[in-house]
Design a protein around this ligand. Structure first.
Ligand SMILES: [Mg+2]
Length: 422
């Protein structure tokens, strides 16, 4: 049986989120700045066209910003996380086989009945997502995940396709693979890219047609899988993938269905602990975290919920992350549901050296923080969880984030609902 996989990828996701409730941004260059307004972490098409590089510190591009009236927003992961959840829910409603791959990407299996009209099917999905959420997505279709990534690049970059591109039926598929740089292939890191180039394997087509034995010797089974995937043989089932480095995800399916909140919190605390370790291993800190839980997609009344927590200062500090994860889980929990999977996704990653914190960066701050944590744990241990919360213990003033240009959290906060003037 033929497999058809689509990758739906939101266009300039954070910037699109900013534009949903601000139609005046639609024709303007927009960038989103990292926590504490340090550097550009997202750019829309017009901002990219101005030559603003990813990660550019704001003070370095101040002239460009002024000259071209670039709209700058402080990162608002609560808004982005919520809109992501909505986009994923719409995508998931079109097919039960969905893998939420990152905050703005999702693989979905094209159901068999739609195989002959996959482009039309994807167009309907796309129209539904934009109508229901306001977020434009590009959809690439192909017979494997790796090829669907290639297809989504084309869908996004080449306007004539209207946001949907089916590589499996395209008559220019060979040309596309022949011009697609090997370094942009999903799963090819810098080291492999270097080696492949030294072997004169420069494009997706070169790699597809490469000698399997040579690839296996150097890149092992991972390389062979990529090779097969490029040949249109699907080797990476949904959900079996490594996550991109911009995000760290720890998620598992449970051995048995979980219905109780305590067990769910335990699970998510363990994942959060692991996620924090991974962050420290890679010398990174996260600006925000998404907690999600879902029931089995193959049972009736499928339920998937997620919530985003934005840290006051990017962190890899286990107690902060675990505590936030447990609270977040409590906020999305619904009794009576049989949960099958939960996870923790750390987003907005940056090197720990760039933490733009204020007080905590200093040793004195760290000490205070450790002390605060131990006191909090002690009191909570004695009088019950949540007796003292971080925000309630006076931390809020100290930790307050500099987000001068943060948009309202339109979709998750009553006080910040969009206002319509008639
Ligand atoms: Mg995207």
């Amino acid at each position: 049986m033929r497999t058809l996989i689509a990758l739906a990828d939101a266009n300039s996701f954070y910037c699109s989120c900013e534009s949903v409730f601000k139609p005046n941004l639609w024709n303007k260059p927009v960038i989103v700045a990292s926590n504490n307004d340090g550097c550009a972490v997202a750019r829309n098409g017009l901002a990219k066209a101005l030559g603003i590089p990813m990660g550019a510190p704001l003070f370095k591009i101040r002239d460009l910003i002024e000259k071209h009236n670039v709209q700058v927003y402080s990162s608002n992961y609560v808004l982005y996380g919520d809109l992501s959840n909505r986009v994923m829910a719409v995508l998931g409603s079109m097919t039960p086989e969905q893998e939420v791959y990152s905050i703005d990407e999702s693989f979905i299996k094209i159901p068999e009945f739609a195989h002959d009209s996959a482009t039309d099917y994807a167009r309907r999905i796309r129209a539904k997502v934009v109508q229901w959420t306001g977020i434009p997505v590009s959809i690439g279709i192909a017979s494997s995940k790796t090829l669907s990534k290639v297809a989504s690049h084309v869908a996004k970059k080449q306007e004539q396709y209207g946001g949907v591109f089916d590589l499996s039926t395209a008559n220019n598929a060979e040309d596309i693979l022949a011009t697609f740089p090997v370094k942009d292939i999903w799963g090819i890191g810098r080291q492999y890219n270097k080696w492949l180039l030294s072997q004169e394997i420069e494009t997706a087509k070169d790699l597809r047609d490469a000698n399997e034995r040579i690839i296996r010797e150097k890149m092992g089974v991972v390389g062979v899988r990529i090779l097969y995937e490029l040949r249109g043989i699907s080797c990476l089932p949904l959900e079996m993938t490594t996550k991109p480095k911009q995000e760290i995800c720890v998620s598992r399916s449970f051995g048995q269905r979980i219905t109780g909140l305590v067990a769910l919190q335990e699970a998510v605390a363990a994942y959060a602990t692991r996620a924090a370790e991974k962050l420290r291993e890679e010398g990174q800190v996260a600006e925000a975290m998404i907690i999600f839980a879902r029931t089995s997609p193959f049972k009736s009344e499928y339920f998937r919920q997620s919530v985003t927590v934005q840290f006051p200062i990017a962190t890899h500090y286990t107690p902060t992350i675990v505590e936030s994860a447990r609270k977040a889980m409590a906020s999305i929990y619904e009794p009576g549901r049989e949960f099958q999977k939960a996870g923790v996704l750390m987003v907005g990653l940056c090197p720990e050296t760039t933490i733009q914190g204020h007080l905590w960066e200093k040793d004195e701050g760290w000490e205070k923080r450790q002390r605060l944590m131990s006191i909090m744990d002690e009191v909570n241990g004695r009088f019950g969880p949540g007796t003292i919360e971080i925000a309630a213990s006076g931390g809020r003033q100290i930790w307050r984030m500099q987000s001068k240009w943060r948009s309202p959290r339109y979709t998750t906060c009553w006080a910040e609902l969009p206002v319509v003037s008639c």
